[in-house]
Structures are given as structure tokens and as C-alpha cells.
Design a protein around this ligand. Structure first.
Ligand code: ADP
Ligand code: NA
Length: 340
């Protein structure tokens, strides 16, 4: 009995990179044609690790500009900023009381992000997946387009929804909500490239947290920077294979071919049909041209948008108003269900 609704978000901790673009954004934009969509700038997630307040405020606007420049239309989708909708935090607290320590202890992203010094990680970093569950479920969203790295968090969201539905089954039925108050949202791990790898190391995903800026292409990079990064990208000395099987033990080659395929909207096979047998310097030249062609209009549009912060703030305020109205319906019912 749940209406299809798409929810997703990104942290305003950094300039978006090609992994965010191909792994998430391209998909988000496409889904606007078929679904009702909500896209959030998740600043409350950002502060699970220390942020400089001035930089954070700028990054919230920059990520909002990136969403719009990539094709998220604030007239068709609800585009908003998490901290402006207090119901996210309200529901997150209730979910902190639903989720089990053991469930959160299993989250691999926490282990990665906390590193060796777990004792010094914020409680927020540990509880992050419960806030993420609240982000999604406060709208009772049914579909969540994310990259592969978020699969485990989505499973936890489903576990929280399921436990809430079970724990309060009687109250949920008595309140006239039927068998389940929360849907079990589906991860949608699809799109041109679900796992874009680092340009410096084919065994690591492209990530903002990589200390080397040469590991990623940012949506704000100039054409010259893109060219430099692609030329410096790690490869092996062999030419491109003619078939995808030839990419199997060559992660860096596979990644570059995958990026080319994703940016041009074709499969790896088609790229190899064109470039099989060519050496990497030739292929990298073509990849630079393609990446610049695709990304320069986005970069330009971001620059235009960020020049007018008032306009961005107005879009976010309007989105927050719509989101808040929806979230309040859920919270009113949740409070009754839990006995507040
Ligand atoms: P990061 O992974 O750089 O910390 P986020 O956690 O804010 O960035 O991720 C935002 C979205 O982008 C998520 O849906 C995530 O799955 C996707 N994403 C991030 N990095 C990649 C990547 N290298 N390949 C594909 N998708 C990615
Ligand atoms: Na991530």
C-alpha cells in the first residue's frame, strides 16, 4: 500500500566527483522521468566527522548547484537540505532505539571511516546508518538509488523498518495503518557505473576521502586538470584488448574503459570494438575529449548557479517546506504508535 517514491542524498563534504556522478547522479536525473523523487543534501551526515562551518555552508550550496547542473529539476523533484527538516533528527532518535548495537557493529563503512582509532570516532559516525534510515523512511520512500557502497546501509534501513513494524504491530493496526507502517525500501544499484575506481589504484573506489586529488575527477575540474589526471591515470603497458574478457585481470584498464562506456552511454564491448588494439595514450586522448565534453557544461552551470547564493537558498527553502509537510504526517503517526 505504499506509493512509489524515490529518495537519495549526498554529503556536502566535498566537490562531487565522477564516481558520484556516474554511480548516482546520472541515475537520479533519469528517475525523474518515471518516479516522484526527493533529493537531499545530507549535511547532518557531513558533521559525523569534523567540518569547518564556513566551508560546510559553501559546500551545501555547491552540492545543491551540482544537483541542478547535472539535471535535477527543483520543479519536478523535491530538492532540499536535511538540517532544514527537523523530522529527520526526530525519527533518527527513535531509530537509534530500534537499531541494535550488533547491527551497527557490522557496518563496514564505519570500520573504514573510523580507522584504527575507533575510541575517538564520533557517536554520530557510528549511528549514521540509523539517521540514513530516518532520511528515507520519514517519507516512507520505496526506492533508493545508490552506489554499491551503500548496499549494507540500505539493508540496515530495511531491518529497522521491519523491526519497527513488528515491535509496534498492534499499535500500527489500531492506528489504521494496516500491516506495515514503513515500507522496506529497495536499493536501486544500477546506472552506467555502480563502482567507479580510483585513477591511481584500481583496487580502491574513487572517493573524496582519497588524499590524492589525482585519484578522482571532480565536477569542478577545469579541462586542463581533467586532461592531466587522465594522462597520469595508472595503466599497464598492454594495449586495449578487443574483448571484455581481456579486461578481467586488469582493474585500471577496466576502470578507464568503464568510465568511457558510462560517459558515452554504451557498453564496454562497444568501446573495445572501437579501441581494441590501440595503446593507452591514444585511448586516454579520446577519454579526455569525452570527459571534457560531458563535464564542462556541468562545471559552467555550477559556476553560474553558485554566483547567486540567494537563488540557491530560495530553492532549498522551498524544498524544505514541501519535505517538512510530508515528514510531519509520518512523525505525527510515529509518535502515536510509540506512545508519545
Ligand atoms: P563518497 O563515497 O565520496 O564518500 P558519498 O558517500 O557522499 O561520497 O556518496 C554519494 C553517492 O555517490 C552514493 O550513492 C554513493 O554510492 C555514490 N558513490 C560514491 N562514490 C562512488 C564510486 N566511486 N562509484 C560509484 N558510486 C559512488
Ligand atoms: Na559513500
Amino acid at each position: 500500500h505504499f506509493k512509489d517514491l524515490v529518495f537519495s542524498g549526498m554529503q556536502p563534504t566535498h566537490t562531487l566527483h565522477l564516481g558520484n556522478y556516474l554511480g548516482a547522479m546520472v541515475n537520479w536525473v533519469r528517475m525523474q522521468d518515471t518516479h516522484e523523487c526527493m533529493y537531499c543534501v545530507v549535511d547532518m551526515h557531513a558533521i559525523t566527522v569534523a567540518q569547518d562551518p564556513k566551508a560546510l555552508r559553501g559546500n551545501i550550496r555547491e552540492v545543491t548547484a551540482a544537483y541542478i547542473a547535472c539535471g535535477i529539476d527543483p520543479k519536478r523533484s523535491i530538492l532540499f537540505n536535511q538540517s532544514q527538516v527537523p523530522q529527520h533528527a526526530e525519527l533518527a532518535w527513535i531509530f537509534n532505539c530500534i537499531a541494535r548495537m550488533g547491527w551497527l557493529n557490522r557496518m563496514t563503512q564505519f570500520k573504514e571511516k573510523a580507522g584504527k582509532d575507533r575510541e575517538n570516532a564520533s557517536v554520530g559516525l557510528f549511528a549514521y546508518p540509523a539517521l540514513m534510515a530516518a532520511d528515507i523512511l520519514v517519507y516512507r520512500a520505496t526506492h533508493v538509488p545508490v552506489g554499491e557502497d551503500q548496499k549494507q546501509h540500505l539493508e540496515l534501513t530495511r531491518d529497522i523498518a521491519q523491526k519497527f513494524n513488528n515491535d509496534f504491530a498492534e499499535e500500527i493496526a489500531a492506528g489504521g495503518h494496516g500491516e506495515a507502517f514503513f515500507p522496506l525500501p529497495e536499493p536501486m544499484i544500477q546506472g552506467p557505473a555502480t563502482r567507479v575506481m580510483s585513477l591511481r589504484d584500481g583496487s580502491k573506489k574513487m572517493s573524496k576521502s582519497d588524499p590524492s586529488d589525482y585519484s578522482r575527477i571532480n565536477l569542478t575540474d577545469t579541462s586542463d586538470t581533467i586532461a592531466q589526471k587522465v594522462r597520469k591515470a595508472k595503466t599497464d603497458p598492454e594495449p586495449l584488448p578487443t574483448e571484455t574478457a581481456g579486461l578481467a585481470a586488469r582493474p585500471e584498464a577496466d576502470n578507464l574503459v568503464g568510465i568511457y562506456a558510462a560517459l558515452s552511454g554504451v557498453e564496454r564491448e562497444a568501446v573495445l570494438a572501437e579501441f581494441g588494439g590501440a595503446n593507452f595514450s591514444t585511448f586516454k586522448g579520446a577519454l579526455v575529449d569525452l570527459a571534457v565534453d560531458r563535464l564542462a557544461p556541468i562545471t559552467d552551470e555550477m559556476r553560474r548557479l553558485t554566483a547567486d547564493p540567494g537563488h540557491i537558498d530560495a530553492i532549498l527553502a522551498e524544498g524544505a517546506e514541501k519535505a517538512s509537510a510530508m515528514a510531519e504526517v509520518t512523525m505525527k503517526a510515529v509518535k502515536e504508535i510509540v506512545g508519545f
